[in-house]
Ligand binder design. Structure first.
Ligand SMILES: NC(=O)c1ccc[n+]([C@@H]2O[C@H](COP(=O)([O-])OP(=O)(O)OC[C@H]3O[C@@H](n4cnc5c(N)ncnc54)[C@H](O)[C@@H]3O)[C@@H](O)[C@H]2O)c1
Length: 453
């Protein structure tokens, strides 16, 4: 028995006692399940750290791209994927039976909301059901998807135990470690973002911590999976509530003829007790508009209201309507009505410099403008065509138009400020610009009328 194993509970399955040594000498096979915005960078990081890796996803097109050494995510460089694909320590599969070959299984599958805005954890449950029959003693399963406190212990563990016939904590380890990936962030990436981890048992925590210590700058152990799950929700609720506050202040200050962007720049010079948040046309992305409602839903079980979260949701949801009303005012000043006007929307992605359009408020803007009789075009250098989505099926197939179309439109609305857009040119060719992101701030020679909204 190794020194590490001797520290572990003697009742552990002998295979489980070997896991930490395998992690420490980097022979543990790491399986990442769900190779999207979170899973793919994580897989690359474990590979870079010297571990054998297996990428698992039910989307066969992603598996084929990876095998061909190609990236399918804008901000993940193709050369990083190509380097991994060329290595003997890499394989990719859509057969969940390959979970058997892995010592660590990291689940990075989606956790959206249902149509009734309740947690949809079917991707987590389906993944657990598909890997459980392939599980063997000595593995660790770590959930990384954002979810409500209790998912790991109350939902994931029973499915894994039933499907595998193994016992969590004795035959295999279980942990939860929230993902903090921030796509396109130039200052932080997977390896440089500290990672919180909570596990079902002390041995599981030791194994999970050893695993993440090998790839991230710092691992922060917490006392349970529920604390780790709650930590992630708290981080995103903090953002959601503060964005709502700054959106509310934007509207108030605008009535007072005060520029919120200038106020934020001044306020952030305070070296303590202030952190800048920025207004926008509404919330977007797979996290901030969704995650707070995971807690709201779970809180109902405890008969506890979550008024801050609900209020922030209300304010943020109103923002696209505010942008439409500001556009109407801007057109009005030109003697035009919104009905019958041509509107160009700049930026379909939910945030700058990504190709991710999930929950983008620009979709809401398209629908609101069209409902009021406007003709709507969009320009996004990263999204040539709108793909099929469950929520906006009617918009699928629409194509991005060239920026030059701004000259033929009555108003241009900047909803996402991609760096790849030529704002100086836009300032010269557009008639009216409604700027929700302060993107025109550096453009001094614009001939277009600029309205901040
Ligand atoms: N995108 C972000 O910036 C971000 C940041 C932090 C946390 N998260 C959280 O991480 C999780 C994953 O988000 P994402 O943005 O990477 O999602 P994504 O949609 O980009 O990727 C999810 C992947 O899971 C795959 N998948 C779905 N069901 C599967 C199954 N049963 N078996 C195997 N693969 C399956 C999909 O094909 C897809 O490739 C979510 O819970 C999200 O809230 C995302």
């Amino acid at each position: 028995m190794t020194a590490t194993a001797s520290l572990l509970d003697q009742s552990l399955n002998p295979a489980a006692t070997q896991l930490i040594d395998k992690i420490r000498n980097r022979t543990a096979v790491i399986g990442v399940i769900g190779l999207g915005y979170v899973g793919l960078p994580l897989l690359i990081e474990f590979h870079k750290a010297g571990f054998p890796v297996i990428g698992l996803d039910i989307d066969t097109s992603k598996i084929e791209s990876l095998r061909a050494g190609k990236s399918y995510i804008l901000h993940i460089p193709g050369e990083n994927v190509a380097a991994m694909a060329a290595s003997e320590k890499f394989s990719a599969s859509s057969d969940m039976a390959d979970a058997n070959k892995c010592d660590a299984l990291l689940l990075c599958v989606p956790t959206p909301l249902t149509h009734h805005r309740e947690p949809d954890i079917t991707y987590v449950t389906c993944t657990c059901e598909s890997i459980a029959p392939a599980m063997r003693a000595g593995q660790i399963v770590i959930l990384e998807s954002t979810t409500y406190p209790g998912t790991t212990d109350e939902v994931m563990v029973p499915i894994l135990e039933k499907g595998s016939g193994l016992k969590a904590g004795r035959d295999f380890f279980v942990a939860y470690s929230p993902e903090r990936e921030d796509p396109s962030n130039k200052s932080f990436s997977t390896a440089t973002i500290p990672k919180v981890v909570g596990a079902m048992t002390p041995q599981g925590l030791e194994a999970a911590k050893s695993l993440y210590d090998a790839v991230v700058v710092k691992t922060i152990p917490v006392s349970s999976t529920r604390v780790a799950e709650a930590t992630k929700l708290m981080e995103n609720i903090f953002r959601c509530v503060n964005i709502a506050m700054v959106n509310e202040l934007k509207v108030v200050f605008q009535r007072m003829d005060i520029d919120i962007w200038e106020v934020i720049e001044a306020a952030k010079t305070k070296p303590f007790g202030f952190m800048p948040f920025y207004p926008g046309p509404g919330l977007g992305g797979h996290c901030i508009p969704i995650d707070p409602f995971y807690l709201t839903w779970k809180a109902r079980e405890y008969e506890t209201p979550t008024r801050f979260i609900e209020l922030a949701g209300e304010i943020n949801t109103e923002m696209p309507k505010y942008v439409v009303s500001q556009t109407m005012e801007a057109l009005n000043e030109q003697g035009k009505a919104l009905k019958g006007s041509r509107i160009l929307l700049i930026g379909l992605a939910y945030k700058a410099d990504v190709d991710d359009l999930r929950e983008s408020p620009t979709f809401k803007l398209i629908e609101l403008f069209e409902k009021r009789g406007a003709e709507v075009l969009f320009h996004d250098p990263h999204i040539p065509e709108i793909m099929m989505t469950r929520e906006h099926a009617a918009l699928a197939g629409r194509k991005s138009v060239p920026l030059d179309e701004a000259a033929k439109c009555d108003a241009t609305v900047i909803s996402t400020a991609h760096a790849a857009v030529d704002y100086a040119k836009l300032g010269k060719i557009a008639k009216v610009i409604v700027d929700t992101r302060n993107a025109m701030v550096g453009v001094t020679d614009a001939t277009a009328a600029i309205h901040k909204a």
